[in-house]
Design a protein around this ligand. Structure first.
Ligand code: HEC
Ligand code: HEC
Ligand code: HEC
Ligand code: HEC
Length: 479
């Protein structure tokens, strides 16, 4: 695809982009500004009069009505029939089998995390980390008592008392100078492990780093529940899997949960937009998150960055044609949809193989196959699902790195198939009727699919034929 070189330069060369922005904007970005605000201000309202254009565009994050084919801003369940109806099987016995929704605007972050049924009475402070502007101060003051603090009893009242906002100006800007800044220490630490000193980042890198504080894969460290990014081996799915395998072998972090169907110790992947992007074409060419997700807008000749973070497919003119001016908006959109359609087909295929693998391992357990073989198959299931989930949990439906995501799905399908093969050999030795097993899998899947009450879907994943293989999770707490 031919790219408008002038605009790429514009995006990549921070100094140039600074001076150009200053020419056409009231806010002379290269002139040092002093807002008069203290560096510790955390409430968005304080910025309203000083930066009305950015503030107003930020408020557009409240729009929760417009969806694109695979993304958009409507609050909907991921279990919907046109999304991933079998997630209550794949995440069985974990909170993600109870409620799992599509993402929407930043302004809903606090509301959505406090209301989701995944939060229970043992949920920890760490769950607030990518939601509230009060978090940096909480980490500084409370340390491990923040990460491991009780979410409902301690952390929610504390952030409310501080007068916080959901994902706000102070999360990405120094309120005094409005320079971009990093406020989440987990990102600084993890980048250091990859050999990058974030304090030396260029302005263009900061246009992605501010997002990478939250749009990443993470886990809660076993010892103190600290939000930790698994990057010391690299950003690819296989690098992160290697990291988790090392943690498991060192007994420092084994699993997020035990799977209800296969009894396998599982890892849940979380929204790795940054890791996916950085390995893709745009990431490698220095095209930042802000280039596509915060396009420049104009208001009476004043140029500003849109602070409505949503699907760039709603603003292709401003988000893509700045560089791809040789293509019409319709052509660009078609290309994205093509990439995403292919991606979703492979995703759903990997998902089905993973489901079958869980059930086959279930039968290995109930037919009392040797411990060693069960463990071996469980490891294959864990690996297969990881390479699927790290792509499924990513929010661009393959666009951020089409080839990398496809490769991950290939590995996923291979590993899950290996589990099925191993199980098949053992089940045949035990005289199992595989036709019956397969038809019971179909039946369980159909029951999950047909159940209209989302909260009950997970209960159909196990039954008298495929019995539960894990201790139940703590019950969700009523709000
Ligand atoms: C080259 C342009 C481009 C870049 C760079 C880019 N994205 Fe995206 N992003 C997209 C497109 C296109 C989609 C798919 C939108 C759709 O399907 O409607 C998307 C989807 C998303 C979504 C889901 C949106 C939704 O509506 O649910 C998130 C979140 C996201 N990107 C975050 C990021 C982050 C964080 C970065 C940087 C690490 C980034 N993106 C870099 C183009 C880009
Ligand atoms: C998620 C991170 C993030 C949040 C939250 C955020 N900004 Fe920004 N802001 C950016 C980025 C990235 C830029 C582009 C910086 C650049 O290229 O120089 C930017 C640019 C700006 C600029 C410079 C002029 C412009 O429009 O490019 C101002 C002023 C600004 N933001 C104000 C605000 C205000 C006010 C809020 C809160 C209502 C806010 N920002 C919230 C990331 C953020
Ligand atoms: C402090 C954490 C944090 C930062 C920083 C952050 N995000 Fe987000 N982002 C979130 C959370 C949490 C959600 C989901 C909110 C919800 O669904 O309630 C989200 C949702 C989104 C969405 C989906 C919106 C939709 O319409 O569906 C996009 C796109 C997005 N972010 C892009 C970005 C970009 C680009 C940046 C950097 C400029 C960024 N985010 C910085 C936490 C963050
Ligand atoms: C700041 C410049 C810039 C912006 C903005 C940008 N792109 Fe690109 N895009 C590039 C570059 C550079 C390449 C790589 C070109 C090459 O290597 O020949 C590329 C490649 C692509 C490709 C080829 C597929 C691939 O992954 O290899 C597609 C499709 C594409 N862009 C679509 C989009 C869409 C859709 C948007 C808006 C959501 C967008 N781009 C925004 C610079 C940009």
């Amino acid at each position: 695809m031919k790219v408008n070189a002038k605009h790429l330069l514009f995006a990549a060369l921070s100094a140039l982009s600074l001076s150009l922005a200053a020419c056409s904007s009231e806010e002379a970005a290269d002139k040092k500004i002093d807002t008069g605000l203290s560096e510790s201000v955390i409430n968005n309202e304080e910025f309203k009069d000083k930066f009305p254009l950015q503030y107003e565009s930020y408020m557009l994050n409240n729009e929760d009505t417009q969806d694109t084919k695979y993304s958009g801003s409507v609050k909907r369940s991921k279990y919907d029939h046109d999304k991933e109806p079998y997630l209550p099987i794949l995440f069985n016995n974990y909170g993600f089998a109870t409620e799992y929704n599509e993402d929407r605007g930043h302004t809903y972050a606090v509301e959505d995390v406090t209301k989701v049924a995944r939060i229970n009475d043992v949920s920890v402070g760490s769950c607030m980390t990518c939601k509230s502007t009060a978090v940096p101060q909480m980490i500084k003051e409370k340390g491990d008592n923040y990460w491991g603090g009780n979410f409902r009893k301690d952390i929610v009242p504390a952030v409310e008392k501080l007068g916080h906002s959901p994902i706000g100006c102070s999360d990405c800007h120094n309120p005094k100078t409005m320079e971009l800044r990093i406020t989440r220490p987990s990102f600084v630490k993890a980048m250091k492990e990859t050999g990058v000193d974030v304090s030396k980042a260029t302005k263009n890198e900061m246009r992605s780093y501010v997002c990478a504080q939250c749009h990443v894969e993470y886990y809660f460290k076993s010892s103190n529940k600290e939000v930790t990014f698994p990057w010391s081996e690299g950003f690819k799915p296989e690098n992160m899997y290697k990291y988790y395998t090392k943690e498991k072998e060192a007994k420092t972090f084994e699993k997020d949960w035990v799977h209800g169907v296969s009894g396998a110790p599982m890892i849940k992947a979380q929204h790795p937009e940054f890791e996916t992007w950085i390995e893709g074409t745009h990431g490698k060419n220095g095209v930042s998150c802000a280039d596509c997700h915060m396009p420049y807008k104009r208001d009476n000749g004043k140029k500003y960055s849109s602070h409505q973070w949503t699907s760039p497919l709603k603003s292709i003119e401003d988000s893509c044609r700045t560089c791809h001016s040789d293509k019409t908006a319709a052509k660009l959109k078609d290309r994205v949809t093509e990439i995403q359609d292919t991606h979703m087909k492979a995703l759903h295929n990997a998902e089905h193989v993973s489901i079958k693998a869980h059930y086959y391992v279930n039968k290995m357990i109930t037919l009392k196959v040797s411990e060693a073989k069960i463990k071996e198959a469980q490891e294959l299931v864990r690996k297969g699902q990881w390479f699927w989930d790290i792509v499924a949990a990513e929010n661009s439906a393959g666009f951020h790195n089409p080839q990398g995501s496809m490769d991950s799905l290939r590995v996923s399908t291979d590993e899950s198939n290996k589990a099925i093969q191993l199980a098949t050999e053992e089940l045949v030795k035990k005289g199992a009727n595989l036709e019956e097993v397969n038809s019971e899998i179909e039946k369980a899947m159909k029951k999950v699919y047909d159940e209209k009450d989302n909260f009950k879907k997970k209960t159909h994943a196990v039954n008298t034929y495929f019995t539960n293989q894990a201790p139940p999770m703590p019950a969700p707490v009523k709000k």
